[in-house]
Design a protein around this ligand. Structure first.
Ligand code: UFG
Length: 341
């Protein structure tokens, strides 16, 4: 049976880990990436882990012609996992047009190319940011979405709405996966997160501070109503997240009569404060971390954690890796990849 899957943004952090798990399950993987925030060498690293070299297509999805051409070439694909998007929250506020242009053009061109080539299954990479400032915790999928605090977040919310409308037309089946806070790396140390420039997210900031690339971590706010005053997030190991994509794909391919966009939260259901993450890092790595407490960061919510029951019940997905595993693997990755990509 043909098991070809197109993975857009396939050289990125979550895309590359998902490529590995797809290959482990016997899928043939075509990775599309414009390499704007990723490295081609990721293909070699996926090969080092799985022994299988994925097909690579360097395509900018903003270019409709190139996208159509690429999808036509791979029109035997049975599904698409669409990761390709810009994702820096802060940059999206200073340059919203860049984000709306890239993330919407990418999604629309992918959908048009799928329609022209009769590819009818898509998994969309979404975010817990679509819940805005949630009124209830833990967050269940039926909690109404809100206007996210950033243009980046809004591209995820509107992206889901676009998919909802297209699914209703009958030719497309779609799942949206709302990620909480993905961290960690492949346990081999071969693939992980490689932020360009100064990282925005907590985990790469911590590991880069610990190896001396950055001077000091700033903890954004210690006056939230949480157990130690620092903000709470639901951190999830990127390999558990990748495995959820494989489960979601199996479900989508076997579910012939889907009529609505299906949505799943991907989190562990456990929240940790920034200080708990720092203390766990110090224990796991044996390194003391240089940090200071500063003002809250604009747009941050105090607490965000998932109720992940739907994904475990319907997809049969289980979280297997805890915070120690996540930090151990992030740390191993940072140490392995200090000077190269
Ligand atoms: N934090 C710091 N110092 C830093 C970086 C982060 O204290 O240098 C804190 C933040 O204030 C927050 C927590 O660490 O409390 C996690 O911050 P991240 O930037 O790692 O993650 P966010 O929860 O802000 O962002 C994540 C995803 C976004 C998504 C957002 C909303 O990275 O893509 O969740 O759900 F939009």
């Amino acid at each position: 049976m043909n098991k070809k899957i197109i993975v857009t943004g396939g050289c990125g952090f979550i895309g590359s880990h998902t490529a590995v798990e797809l290959q482990n399950k016997g899928y043939d993987v075509v990775l599309i990436d414009d390499l704007s925030n990723a490295y081609e060498n990721t293909i070699n690293r996926v090969f080092m882990i799985t022994g299988i070299r994925p097909i690579f297509e360097k395509i900018d999805l903003k270019d409709e012609k190139e996208t159509q051409h690429c999808f036509h070439k791979h029109r035997d694909a049975i599904g698409v996992i669409h990761f390709a998007a810009y994702k820096a929250v802060g940059e999206s506020k200073t340059d919203p047009i860049k984000y709306y242009e890239n993330n919407f053009k990418g999604l629309i061109h992918v959908l048009k190319a799928m329609q022209s080539n009769s590819i009818s299954n898509i998994i969309f990479s979404s975010s817990a940011t679509v819940y805005g400032l949630p009124e209830k915790l833990p967050i269940q999928e039926d909690l109404p979405t809100q206007r996210p605090f950033s243009p980046y977040g809004n591209t995820k919310k509107v992206g889901e709405e676009i998919l909802e409308d297209v699914v209703k037309c009958g030719w497309l089946k779609a799942i949206s996966l709302r990620y909480f806070n993905p961290i960690g790396a492949h346990e081999s140390g071969n693939i992980g997160e490689l932020p360009q420039g100064t990282p925005n997210n907590l985990m790469p900031y911590i590991t880069q501070t610990a190896v001396g690339k950055l001077d000091q971590l700033q903890v954004f706010g210690d006056d939230y109503e949480t157990k130690d005053g620092t903000a709470v997030r639901d951190y999830i190991h990127v390999v558990d997240l990748a495995l959820a994509h494989v489960k979601a794909l199996d479900y989508l391919l076997n579910n012939e009569d889907q009529t609505n966009l299906e949505i799943f939260n991907l989190g562990t259901g456990k929240g940790y404060t920034v200080m708990e993450v720092i203390k766990t890092f110090e224990r796991v790595s044996g390194q003391e971390l240089n940090y200071e407490i500063v003002e809250r960061r604009d747009g941050d919510v105090p607490s965000l954690f998932a109720n992940g029951d739907k994904a475990s019940k319907i997809l049969g997905w289980e979280v297997k890796r805890n915070l120690d595993d996540m930090i151990q693997d992030s740390w191993k990755w940072e140490q392995n990849n200090r000077n190269n990509n």
